[in-house]
Design a binder for this molecule. Structure first.
Ligand SMILES: C[S@@+](CC[C@H](N)C(=O)[O-])C[C@H]1O[C@@H](n2cnc3c(N)ncnc32)[C@H](O)[C@@H]1O
Length: 219
């Protein structure tokens, strides 16, 4: 079980949330162990409660095409891929062969590798190489924070009418509210959050799960 929790939940409340969420199965537990072996980088992994939410959202949207920006060792992609309807595909974007090798292994173990296309390279290039008419039914952004706004601008015009875009880390451990925080990532996330809520093309809800998760749909 991934042990990273929402920064505003104490340990006991976090345990309570997990105890009342469908538990991780053997493949997910194996993935969490393999990711933990990486050391400090393991904190990038999407936690079990957020993975369960992604599965629930994907089950509701029933995407023909889902896109993930930032795959790492595969937690969110496993959740998305498992919830796809028959024929649905997931395009995963990452720059790391090493980390996504762990993802590939666990996609295979879960029997979902045949519905995933992984492209190694800067995600902005992968998105810009998609045909203009590509309809995206579900997307999840969880990569380099300074790239989020560009990913958002590529994805929103392609969102299908029932499509949903989920954006991770929008609270950035609370740094978005810290007036002394002026690093590039924090500024990028503040800028994105302000842009999204003012964007007349979409409706948006910011959830406080994990490190903050914004859901966007076209109107
Ligand atoms: C926070 S981790 C993603 C966590 C993942 N969603 C999960 O469920 O565990 C961020 C990932 O973004 C990838 N990344 C960083 N810059 C990128 C870029 N320009 N294009 C694509 N992927 C990138 C990193 O290699 C890393 O695997």
């Amino acid at each position: 079980m991934a042990d990273h929790r929402s920064f505003f939940l104490d340990e006991s409340l976090h345990e309570y949330v997990l105890a009342h969420t469908t538990p991780a199965d053997a493949v997910r537990r194996s993935l969490t162990r393999a990711t933990a072996a990486l050391g400090a980088q393991a904190r990038m992994q999407v936690a079990d409660d957020q993975a369960a939410l992604l599965s629930a959202l994907v089950s509701a949207v029933r995407p023909e095409l889902a896109i993930e920006i930032g795959t790492f060792t595969g937690s969110s992609s496993l959740a998305i891929a498992r919830a796809l309807p028959t024929g649905g595909r997931l395009l995963c974007c990452d720059v790391s062969d090493e980390w996504t090798a762990i993802a590939r292994q666990h996609w295979e173990d879960a029997g979902v590798d045949d519905r995933i296309d992984l492209v190694i390279g800067p995600a902005i290039n992968t998105l810009r190489s998609l045909p203009d008419h590509t309809a995206v039914d579900f997307a999840f952004i969880d990569a380099d924070k300074t790239g989020y706004l560009a990913y958002y601008e590529e994805l929103v015009p392609r969102l299908s009418p029932h499509g949903l875009l989920a954006i991770d880390n929008v609270l950035w451990s609370g740094k978005v509210l810290d007036p002394t925080a002026d690093d590039h990532d924090t500024i990028a996330l503040r800028t994105l959050n302000d842009r999204v809520v003012a964007d007349e093309r979409v409706e948006v809800v910011m959830l406080s799960i994990g490190d903050g998760l914004t859901l966007v749909r076209r109107i």
